[in-house]
Ligand binder design. Structure first.
Ligand code: ZN
Length: 256
């Protein structure tokens, strides 16, 4: 059984066939999905989906692309929602200097605030970092995110950064990009980090792995990512499936 540690089934790209897609995942070897929110409406959708399916869990938080108009009331609402039994993490939160929809200092402020909220709630964090490696690591350390731990999703940093994150009680998650032709850097990181810190994800509907690159992604494609990671590590597919599922269950506090 595979664990898709990061997906977005609330995305409008699934509006036409959302339930059909989710309901066939068990037959495709996927036993667990964490659906990550990007703002308040999406947090509600994530919790609703997680209530409908016992193998879908919710991560709720405000994505760096959605922080420009939020305030303390927004955060108080996220914090209230986080008490819901299907919520297993705060996310996705972080920094995006590629799109930079909000000024960097605004992104940094709400990233820090949401980490401290997660610590108060004793929930792990799901972190998005695009072109912001240095500041992401700095804020993780400043805010002592390691106290509750978390995952750096769709990791695109260096080996050094990955090892430093692991020292700070973080997991490193890989998705479709590890199967792309230009994946040299990700492959180095997969090789370098211990398998008990490794997670798999699809980030559906984005970033479909080869040979489906460019298509709408879904958790059924996770097996291609698992196979690639197994090949890089030089271990069996079954071993990677088992350890990454165990790791995700430990991080998100899922016992069943
Ligand atoms: Zn995402």
């Amino acid at each position: 059984m595979l664990f898709d540690s990061h997906a977005h089934y609330d995305d409008e790209k699934f509006d036409a066939d959302r339930y059909e897609v989710i309901e066939k995942l068990h037959n495709e070897g996927v036993g667990y999905v964490v659906n990550a929110a990007s703002n308040l409406p999406s947090a509600i959708d994530c919790i609703t989906l997680a209530q409908r399916y016992d193998f879908v869990y919710a991560a709720i938080g405000i994505h760096p692309q959605d922080v420009s108009n939020i305030n303390e009331n927004t955060l108080a609402t996220v914090s209230d929602f986080a008490g819901h039994e299907r919520v297993v993490a705060i996310g996705e939160i972080g920094l995006d200097y590629y799109y930079e929809n909000s000024p960097r200092d605004v992104q940094q402020y709400w990233f820090s605030r949401q980490i401290s909220m997660a610590r108060d709630l004793k929930l792990p964090v799901v972190i998005h970092d695009r072109d912001a490696h240095e500041d992401t690591l700095k804020i993780i350390k400043q805010e002592k995110a390691g106290e509750t731990g978390g995952v750096l999703h769709c990791f695109s940093g260096s080996v050094e950064m990955a090892l430093e994150l692991i020292e700070n009680n973080f997991y490193i998650s890989f998705g479709g990009t590890v199967t792309f032709k230009n994946a040299r850097k990700s492959i180095e990181v997969v090789k370098a980090i211990p398998e008990d810190r490794l997670l798999l994800e699809t980030d559906s509907p984005y970033l479909a792995p080869e040979p489906f690159r460019g298509k709408r992604n879904y958790s059924g494609y996770l097996k291609y990512i698992a196979q690639k990671v197994a090949d890089i590590k030089g271990v069996s597919y079954e071993r990677i499936a088992q350890i990454t599922t165990e790791n995700a269950k430990k991080l998100f506090g899922i016992s069943s």
